[in-house]
Design a protein around this ligand. Structure first.
Ligand code: BGC
Length: 260
């Protein structure tokens, strides 16, 4: 089976680091034109863009904070000017937020996570759907998390944002289906990126993490990116309104391998 995204116009939010960067690179390898959105650290965005250009693919970098609807609007206008629209949105930008029990969280910290993870997804999807519905084609893929379903103490803003993302995905998929637009989410488990470096980088955290993963290893960003390419390609033309887990079995409740 050959997967080609030749000529497709893609935007990856938070595309300059971690899972987003891996997805941007993989989309370009499959033939897509890729816009790399970033909010800070322009250098990493430009470096990735240079690598993509070196492979003969068209790419741009766009600075925008997805938690601000006006910046999102300007980003999509830039895409219109450059490529006349969009076919694939990877709604990826997100943060874990600070670690604190719910009764200790500052309102500002709560709002920051919700505004980026959920608000940012909504703002970008809203702009993308306007264009995709009008052209009767498109795919939106959000980066959710295993914490769409697994509770995680100290991260209630994060878990809430990801659970909401699952429902936003299903609802938008239902709305957009008559217009040949698919809406999906991808839920990674523990993937080796800077977001969770403090956990996998210390022996105790690493051991604890492995106990939560039946495949007994942390995933690579490329393993998520490959699934993203499949899902946004026509290979997955009959898949919509679902969250697909790429988690080494984390949501398979490994504690039930014994006892129960
Ligand atoms: C979080 C990571 C965490 C993983 C597994 C992800 O959604 O961003 O920090 O390691 O879930 O718990």
């Amino acid at each position: 089976m050959h997967i080609s995204l030749e000529g497709k116009r893609a935007l990856v939010t938070g595309g300059n680091s971690g899972i987003g960067a891996a997805i941007a690179a993989e989309l370009a390898k499959a033939g897509a034109k890729v816009a790399i959105n970033y909010v800070t650290d322009q250098d990493t965005a430009e470096k990735l863009a240079a690598e993509i250009r070196a492979r003969g693919r068209d790419t741009i970098t766009i600075q925008a904070d997805v938690s601000h609807s006006r910046e999102v609007e300007a980003m999509f206008k830039q895409l219109d000017e450059r490529w006349g629209g969009i076919d694939i949105l990877i709604n990826n930008a997100g943060i874990d937020g600070i670690h604190a029990n719910t009764w200790e969280i500052d309102i500002d910290d709560w709002e920051k996570v919700l505004n980026i993870n959920l608000g940012g997804n909504f703002y970008c999807a809203r702009q993308a759907l306007r264009r995709m519905v009008a052209q009767n084609y498109g795919v939106i893929l959000a980066t959710s998390s295993v914490h769409e379903t697994i509770a995680w103490s100290g991260h209630s803003a994060y878990t809430t944002s990801k659970a909401a993302l699952g429902m936003l995905t299903k609802t938008m998929a239902q709305e957009a289906a008559p217009y040949n637009v698919r809406v999906l989410a991808l839920a990674p488990g523990a993937i080796k990126t800077s977001i969770n470096k403090d956990v996998w980088d210390n022996p105790k955290g690493y051991k604890d993490l492995l106990e939560k993963i039946p495949l007994n290893r942390i995933g690579d960003p490329e393993e998520v990116a490959r699934m993203a390419v499949v899902l946004v390609s026509d290979t997955a033309s009959y898949v919509t309104g679902r969250t697909i887990y790429v988690d080494g079995g984390m949501t398979d409740y490994p504690d039930f391998a014994h006892g129960g």
